[in-house]
Design a protein around this ligand. Structure first.
Ligand SMILES: [Zn+2]
Length: 458
C-alpha cells in the first residue's frame, strides 16, 4: 500500500512549503520537493490545494447515555461524518454513571468503538466517582493507554463530583502524569437558578441561558484553578464559552497554573439568540449555553493569539424528537449541538478566509495542539517522516452550503443549516488509505484503532 501526494502546499504550525509526500503502509516515509522515482499505488494531484495534518477533535460524545436517552450517532456514522469533514481522529469522553464500575465503563466504550470506527480514536476517562476501588481501576486504565481524565463540576447527582473527589482526582493525575479535562460550571448555583426559573413558570429553552450565566461558568473555572494550583496538576478546560471564564483561566495561568483552554466552533458562530424565541431553540441548547455575540470576537482573538489552545465540538447529537423531552421544562432538553462534521470547514471559512486567524494557527488549534496536549504528537498532528499518514488535501476553492439533507451525522437537523462554506477536504487519508473524497465517505468501518497514549504531564 503506497500513496503519493504531489505538489500540495504543506501547512503545519511551524512550516509552510510546497512538496510531495510519499506514504508507505501506514506512515509518511518521504517528503521532498519532487518525488518521481517511486511506484505509488495511488497518486493524488494536490496542485493549488493545501495539505494539512489530519484534524483532531479532542472533545466528542458518541456512545452517550444522558438525560434518560442516548445520543444518536454510532461509531460508524460519527467516524464517517468526521472523515468527510477532515477529522481523522477524535477523543471521546467515557461517561460512566456514578454507580458504574470504571473498568467496565472503559471496556464498554472501547468495545463500542473498536471494530466500528473508520478513524482512529482514544478516550478521556470520566471520573464520576472517586473511592479506593475506583482509584485502583483508574491506575489500571492509565496503564492501558488512557492518559487523560474528564471531570464534571456540573451535573449534580449525575456525572458531577464533589470537592473531596476533585482533590483526590487531581492528586492522582499529578502522580500519574495525566492531564485532567474539566467541565467547569458551579453545580449548586445552576441548580438553584433552574429551580427558581421553573417555579416562576419560565420553562422555555431561552431560560436555559439564564440558569447558567457566564458567572456560573467563570466560578467553575476559578474553582478548578484553585484546586490545580494546590495540587500542581495540569488541567484543560473544555468548552470555554465566554470572556469571564477565559479571564479566570488566564489569571490562573499568570500565577503559574498549568492550564490549557478549549473552545468550540458553536461559540464562534452561534449566539444566545439561536436558542430563542420558541421551542425550536431547543436544537441549540447545550452547556455551557450559547453566549452573547460579543464573546465571539473574544474567543476568535484568543484562538489567534494562542491563549485558547484548541477548537473542538463537544459533539452530542440528539434529534428533534429527543429534544422534545424538554417541551415543558428546559432542564429536560438533552444537551448538545451536533457539529463533528462541520467544525473544520466552518473554522477554515470564517477563520482563515474571514481573516480572523492565520492558516498555521488554524492547523495548531484544530489539530497539532490537541495532539501535543494529549500524548499523540508526532504520531498525529504532524506532517513528518514517521508520522501516521493521516492527511487532508484541502480544496480552498470549493463553495458549498451546509444542510441536514446532505450531512453524514445521524441527526435530523443541523444548527449551521444554510451557512456557506468556502473550502472542503478533497481527499482525507487514515494511515495511508483514502477514507473520504470530495464529501463522500470511501473508508472502511472497523479500521480505526484505539491510540494508546503515554502520560506526559508530570
Ligand atoms: Zn462534552
Amino acid at each position: 500500500m503506497s500513496l503519493l501526494i504531489k505538489n500540495g502546499e504543506i501547512v503545519t504550525p511551524d512550516e509552510r512549503y510546497v512538496a510531495d509526500i510519499y506514504c508507505e503502509d501506514e506512515t509518511i516515509s518521504r517528503i521532498d520537493r519532487k518525488i518521481d522515482n517511486v511506484h505509488a499505488g495511488e497518486v493524488i494531484d494536490a496542485s493549488g490545494k493545501y495539505v494539512f495534518p489530519g484534524f483532531i477533535d479532542p472533545h466528542v460524545h458518541i456512545y452517550l447515555p444522558f438525560m434518560g436517552t442516548y445520543a444518536k450517532d454510532t461509531h460508524e456514522t460519527a467516524s464517517r461524518a468526521a472523515l468527510v469533514g477532515g477529522t481523522t481522529c477524535f477523543i471521546e469522553m467515557i461517561c460512566p454513571a456514578r454507580g458504574d464500575d470504571p473498568m467496565e465503563a472503559f471496556e464498554l466504550w472501547r468495545g463500542k468503538a473498536e471494530g466500528n470506527s473508520a478513524c482512529d480514536f482514544t478516550f478521556h476517562m470520566g471520573v464520576t466517582r472517586y473511592d479506593d476501588d475506583a482509584e485502583k481501576k483508574f491506575r489500571e486504565i492509565v496503564k492501558r493507554g488512557i492518559a487523560s481524565f474528564k471531570i464534571f463540576l456540573a451535573y449534580k447527582g449525575a456525572f458531577g463530583i464533589n470537592d473531596e473527589e476533585l482533590f483526590a482526582t487531581l492528586k492522582l493525575a499529578k502522580e500519574l502524569g495525566v492531564i485532567v479535562t474539566a467541565h467547569c460550571e458551579n453545580a449548586e448555583l445552576l441548580f438553584e437558578l433552574q429551580k427558581k426559573l421553573l417555579s416562576e413558570g419560565r420553562t422555555g429553552p431561552e431560560f436555559h441561558y439564564w440558569s447558567r450565566p457566564p458567572i456560573v461558568e467563570a466560578e467553575g473555572v476559578h474553582h478548578l484553578m484553585t484546586f490545580a494550583e494546590m495540587t500542581g496538576t495540569h488541567v484543560y478546560i473544555v468548552h470555554t464559552s465566554c470572556e469571564e471564564s477565559l479571564g479566570e483561566a488566564m489569571r490562573g495561568k499568570t500565577r503559574g497554573v498549568n492550564v490549557s483552554v478549549e473552545t468550540l466552533i458553536q461559540y464562534l458562530l452561534l449566539d444566545r439568540t439561536d436558542a430563542e424565541p420558541n421551542f425550536e431553540g431547543a436544537k441549540n441548547v447545550m452547556s455551557p449555553p450559547l453566549r452573547d455575540k460579543k464573546n465571539q470576537d473574544v474567543m476568535w482573538k484568543a484562538l489567534s493569539d494562542g491563549s485558547v489552545a484548541t477548537l473542538a465540538t463537544d459533539h452530542a447529537p440528539f434529534d428533534w424528537t429527543q429534544k422534545q423531552m424538554g417541551k415543558d421544562d428546559f432542564t429536560k432538553i438533552p444537551n448538545g449541538i451536533p457539529s463533528l462534521e462541520d467544525r473544520v470547514n466552518l473554522f477554515f471559512t470564517h477563520g482563515v478566509k474571514g481573516g480572523k486567524i492565520d492558516i498555521q494557527q488554524f492547523v495548531a488549534s484544530a489539530s497539532t495542539n490537541a495532539a501535543k496536549l494529549f500524548g499523540l504528537f508526532p504520531r498525529k498532528g504532524a506532517i513528518k517522516v514517521g508520522s501516521d499518514a493521516d492527511l487532508v488535501v484541502y480544496d480552498p476553492n470549493y463553495r458549498g452550503t451546509i444542510s441536514a439533507k446532505t450531512h453524514q451525522m445521524n441527526v435530523d437537523y443541523n444548527s449551521f443549516e444554510r451557512m456557506q462554506i468556502e473550502g472542503r477536504p478533497h481527499v482525507v487519508t487514515v494511515r495511508g488509505k483514502v477514507a473520504a473524497r470530495d464529501g463522500k465517505f470511501v473508508g472502511e468501518f472497523g479500521r480505526g484503532k484505539m491510540l494508546e497514549r503515554e502520560p506526559t504531564h508530570f
